[in-house]
Design a protein. Structure first.
Length: 274
């Protein structure tokens, strides 16, 4: 069964890079990804679908002037056109689109009122990432912002999110997503989360809110790894830079800048008592 994403759930990630060959070498070496060209023969442009064990995990595309190299987060929507109109009405900006990405789906590039960029995705043939939350795949995205109330005032009405202060972090939930997962690709989700004493409602978690620190407001992407130190060493060997590391009761993380400037986090899950 393929993984599907209801409206309001982040569903895909990609990165536009000046040198897609170099990006392919870096991320292939770091995560063990394979790549396949999604554009048909003779079509202009390129879009590489990255996969792990035959399952789609993300994309790499040439730099098209949509900002400095970064990892982009796409949110699944029922209608790209309707949601893009709602973005504008709520004080955000539609920077590109809406437009079709061939037979794969329909997208738009947007920015919230603080300038953090995100993308909308109405799936046709490409339903979204098929491998997540395992080593070498997308773990989650978080909104890094100097105005955390935007999660309630801007994003929640667009995507049906609930915002919950957990004390140690702010969780974004899409009510009913846990039910969707349980009925489709992850029937054991609640039992597994009970086993690690996950917070109530964690089955509906779809993203997090974190401080922007000294940088601009942005959406930031975290990848799961089996061993933080080993993955960080591999990133450095492949030309990346380690900007910071942190150990928490639940994770061991490394903040990485890839050779072309895109930033990401590597996260090893280390639950209490695990």
């Amino acid at each position: 069964m393929q993984r599907t994403y209801p409206h309001g759930v982040p569903c895909w990630i990609d990165s536009e890079q000046p040198d897609t060959g170099a990006a392919r070498e870096f991320y292939g070496g770091l995560f063990g990804w394979s790549f396949e060209e999604a554009m048909p023969p003779g079509a202009p442009g390129s879009y590489l679908i990255a996969s792990l064990d035959g399952r789609d995990v993300g994309g790499i595309a040439p730099d098209e002037g949509n900002g400095p190299p970064a990892w982009n987060t796409y949110v699944a929507v029922d209608s790209t056109d309707e949601t893009a109109a709602a973005v504008s009405a709520a004080g955000g900006t539609v920077l590109v689109g809406p437009m079709d990405a061939g037979p794969g789906g329909r997208y738009a590039i947007c920015a919230d009122p603080r300038g953090a960029r995100f993308r909308l995705w109405q799936a046709y043939r490409r339903l979204g990432a098929q491998a997540v939350n395992e080593p070498g795949t997308w773990n989650f995205s978080d909104l890094r912002t100097s105005e955390p109330d935007l999660a309630r005032t801007f994003y929640a009405p667009l995507f049906g999110w609930e915002v919950e202060d957990m004390g140690f972090a702010t969780m974004l939930r899409r009510p009913g997503y846990g039910d969707h997962l349980e009925a489709t690709v992850d029937p054991g989700i609640r039992t597994r989360q009970e086993g690690v004493s996950a917070p109530p409602g964690f089955e509906d978690a779809i993203a997090w809110v974190a401080p922007a620190d000294d940088g601009p407001d942005r959406w930031h992407v975290t990848f799961a790894v089996a061993d933080r130190d080993e993955a960080a060493a591999t990133a450095e060997r492949l030309g990346g830079s380690i900007l910071a590391s942190e150990d928490t009761p639940w994770t061991r993380t490394a903040h990485v800048r890839d050779p072309q400037g895109a930033e990401l986090t590597l996260s090893q899950f280390t639950p209490p008592g695990g």
